[in-house]
Design a protein around this ligand. Structure first.
Ligand SMILES: Cc1cc2nc3c(=O)[nH]c(=O)nc-3n(C[C@H](O)[C@H](O)[C@H](O)COP(=O)(O)O)c2cc1C
Ligand code: SF4
Length: 403
């Protein structure tokens, strides 16, 4: 498998492995945490949880065994930026994990690697071996007495839900990858019942940049609530697909211009679980406070059939739902059935409204993020492309707006 194209220089290109860790070892763990907090860094896996808050809660846990887990499952449709980071900047990821270990006082790290990325394993093992030889992993890291930490790689199970952090931990423990009830959260009851932080590949890489370049540098980009730069995996109907680095807060229109996607009908921001932003809202910003994303951007050109787009995403969720809880197990197939009825012209406006309200119930009542976000694309398409849907089915003409 070849790596996707990286468009332009990334900040990671200019970061020298070792410098961030040296800076982290030269100060108390609490000061490192303060710097991460000052940067405003939020998790790059999608949910945008403040990294320093997660780390400080794990640091406070009074236990000898703690774990640092890197979520390299990258299962969100349209996301491939972690693949690029692991291929080209593995050292930054391992270094970020080592800095996290210093902050929370962990002795073991695990990379949960997407099953389809098994071809990267040899490359990652060799980067780990080099770090051990250089004294950057293992006993007395950087000559620091008592700082022992090592990292192992665990292959994923090929299921989308295993990227959800509690399902990931279940899978690491050798169980079926099904989400756990929360609370308790992994920061106090995680891997093997011990405090565990789970962070995205990209989050760890940015930690190293923050240690090297400073919190102020990081914060000087992006918005007040979504600081820094982010990597985006861009695919679909544009002339320059690939992996890009943009500041958080970029508008959909600006992004489309950068990637040669002008004239698009809609942009799916955040993969199958994200929102579909119509061209009429291209001034929306890609940021946690507006349209969030773990990095997946899928562009739909003027000829795309939006109902078909919704069907495609729902089929994905029907396949990937673990079936543990009723709102998701029963709700996703119901939404798919509704879309198929709409496609056949056999669904009224009243039923479309009911489907949207079912989506709301799923958001509120599903056990994990999969079921909570599965209706997102359908609901945004049903709301913003109603004319296209009505034009196709003829319900607007035949039955009036309330069908
Ligand atoms: C169904 C589902 C799949 C997920 N897949 C991933 C994934 O592949 N990679 C990832 O980093 N986070 C994924 N997440 C989010 C994780 O649960 C978790 O929030 C994240 O790893 C935390 O890291 P961060 O704070 O650095 O973003 C997924 C969540 C859900 C609900
Ligand atoms: S929401 Fe879906 S994937 Fe998550 S636990 Fe329930 S059935 Fe499983």
């Amino acid at each position: 498998m070849t790596s996707p194209t990286t468009m332009g220089k990334l900040t990671f290109d200019a970061v020298s492995p070792g410098v961030g860790l040296k800076a982290a070892l030269a100060q108390p763990a609490a000061a490192v945490l303060d710097r991460i907090a000052a940067s405003g860094l939020r998790g790059r896996g999608g949910a945008g949880f403040p990294t320093s808050v997660k780390w400080s809660m794990a640091a406070e846990a009074d236990e000898a065994d703690k774990y640092v887990v890197c979520n390299a499952d990258e299962g969100e449709p349209g996301t491939f930026k972690d693949r690029v980071i692991l291929s080209e900047f593995a050292d930054l990821v391992f270094e970020g994990m080592t800095i996290a270990a210093r902050v929370i006082a962990a002795r073991k790290g695990i990379v949960y690697l997407r099953a389809e990325y098994s071809y990267l394993r040899r490359h990652l093992e060799s980067a780990l071996a080099s770090r051990r030889e250089e004294g950057l992993l293992g006993k007395r890291i950087g000559g620091k007495e008592g700082f022992d930490f090592d990292i192992e790689i665990h292959m994923g199970s090929g299921s989308y839900v295993c990227g959800e952090e509690t399902a990931l931990i279940e899978s690491l423990e050798g169980h079926r990858g099904e989400p756990r009830n929360r609370p308790p959260f992994p920061i106090d009851t995680g891997y093997l019942g011990h405090p565990t932080i789970v962070n995205n590949v990209e989050t760890f890489a940015w930690v190293v940049c923050i240690l090297e370049k400073g919190a102020e540098w990081f914060k000087s980009h992006g918005t007040v609530k979504s600081t820094g730069h982010k990597l985006f995996s861009v695919s679909g109907d544009c002339s320059r697909p690939g992996v890009y680095e943009f500041p958080m807060g970029i508008t959909v229109a600006e992004l489309l211009e950068e990637v040669g996607g002008q004239g698009a009908k809609a942009v799916q921001v955040g993969g199958a679980s994200g929102q579909c932003v119509p061209a009429s809202q291209s001034d929306r910003t890609i940021a946690y406070e507006d349209v969030p994303t773990g990095g997946s951007i899928i562009i739909f050109g003027p000829k795309r059939d939006m109902l078909e787009v919704a069907r495609n995403f729902l089929e994905f969720f029907v396949d990937e739902s673990c079936g543990q809880c009723t709102p998701c197990r029963e709700g996703v197939p119901k939404l798919l059935e509704g879309v198929q009825m709409l496609q056949q012209g056999a669904c009224s406006m009243a039923y479309l409204k009911e489907l949207c309200s079912l989506g709301e119930t799923m958001r509120l009542a599903s056990k994990c993020g999969l079921g909570q976000s599965a209706p997102n694309a359908f609901v945004s398409i049903a709301r913003d492309f109603q004319d296209e849907i009505l034009g196709r089915t003829g319900f607007g003409r035949r039955n009036g707006s309330d069908g």
